[in-house]
Design a protein around this ligand. Structure first.
Ligand SMILES: *Cc1c(COP(=O)(O)O)cnc(C)c1O
Length: 380
């Protein structure tokens, strides 16, 4: 029988304390282990220290993957995964709206490897069809997207890619495996910035890749060369954090729905972007492919209202970078995550200057609403 999500979060991939029989995983800090042949010896940069090895199993189980690897950051996971399936001469198709760091990697680094790319609206099959070249090897997706929570139809794009022999990768950071399992929908490789929901307390930088055994062998062969493994102390902390992943994300998801409805009904807000809202044009698609709508939403403050003043008036909700923590946070994509785009590029993506991205925490929503109401009305 398939174990329940909370049980997997608490018990899967714990390191058994066979000596003292303690309740939690012991932390193995060693960087030097007995020599047992080059292939089988333990060495942290081979991603096989006890804590890494077992936590990878928890992540694989949550993503319904055969295998997983944990990395030192989300970007280490993403770049290593991409470079393990791409070679010079290959072409990549990427979704228009993706995480800024991933976008920068593609734009700044790909030409050095002779890899060409196109950013397109991947939900548009006609456009997708006309963008594919004989050398297209990879289709890269991020859903829900940052910051407008656009949904990419994972079944549709993975079916399309399979027919063409193109690999698919999906960054599942925003949904987390609690709210979406891309591999079940036909995607080949799942990526995470574990800095966000998997860590969940805004105090860990980490990443993960999950896929089939065969693909993960390829990822591993590059991963040990690039050296982006995660220090065992942080691996241990990530395992501890992930015990409450389902509890946290469920609460964040419930809170985000509550806050999205509250904001939609507020006269201080022009528009709310949240796939859980029935008014959202992609609500049905999100309902079909997600297990929950997630803890992220965005909204546009009334025109003429100053986002900086609004942020300054908030007492509890923090104006900080990053997302996915137990505490609620807000930021201006124009000034932060998407500041490297030109004004035209932002305009083309629909990112307005009054747009606010809201990572909803686990606090009681009555207190979050009060904080927002106070900041809305002091913003004159
Ligand atoms: C933060 C983030 C990343 C990058 O992760 P780091 O841990 O900062 O390297 C990648 N994708 C998404 C969607 C993110 O939010």
């Amino acid at each position: 029988m398939q174990k329940g999500l909370n049980t997997i979060c608490v018990h899967s991939g714990d390191v058994k304390d066979t000596i003292y029989k303690g309740a939690v995983s012991p932390l193995y800090m060693s960087t030097a282990y007995a020599y047992e042949g080059l292939e089988t010896s333990i060495y942290p940069r081979y991603f096989n220290s006890p804590n890494q090895y077992f936590l990878a199993k928890k992540i694989a189980e949550l993503e319904h993957a055969e295998s997983a690897l944990i990395f030192g950051s989300g970007m280490a996971a993403i770049t290593t995964a991409m470079l393990s399936v791409l070679e010079s001469g290959d072409h990549v198709i990427l979704q228009n709206q993706i995480y800024g760091g991933t976008r920068n990697f593609i734009i700044e680094e790909c030409h050095r490897y002779g890899i060409s790319f196109d950013f397109i609206d991947v939900n548009n099959l006609t456009l997708l069809e006309s963008t594919v070249k004989p050398e297209t090897k990879l289709l890269y997706i991020e859903t829900p997207s940052n910051p407008l929570l656009e949904i990419t139809d994972l079944k549709l794009v993975s079916k399309f890619a399979k027919e063409k022999g193109i690999l698919t990768m999906a960054d599942n950071t925003f949904a987390s495996p609690i709210n979406q399992r891309p591999l079940d929908l036909g995607i080949d490789i799942v990526l995470h910035s574990a800095t966000k929901y998997l860590g969940g307390h805004s105090d860990i930088t980490a990443g993960a890749v999950a896929s089939t055994e065969a693909i993960m062998n390829k990822v591993f062969s590059k991963a040990k060369n690039f050296g982006g493994s995660l220090a065992d102390q942080t691996v241990w902390l990530l395992e501890r954090s992930m015990k409450t992943l389902n509890l946290r994300v469920k609460q964040q998801t419930q809170n985000a729905m509550d806050m999205a409805e509250f904001l939609e009904n507020s006269s201080f807000v022009d528009k709310v972007y949240y796939p859980g809202l029935e008014s959202n044009p992609q609500h049905q698609l999100a309902k079909d492919q997600m297990l929950g709508f997630g803890g992220m939403l965005s909204f546009e403050l009334n025109e003429k209202r100053d986002t900086v003043k609004f942020f300054d008036s908030l007492k509890m909700i923090k104006n900080v970078l990053s997302l996915g923590g137990v505490e609620s946070t807000v930021l201006s994509p124009e000034k932060t995550s998407h500041s490297l785009l030109t004004a035209e590029e932002r305009h083309a993506q629909g990112i307005k200057s009054n747009l606010i991205r809201f990572s909803v925490g686990i606090e009681d929503t009555q207190d979050l609403k009060q904080d927002l109401l106070m900041a809305f009305s002091s913003d004159h």
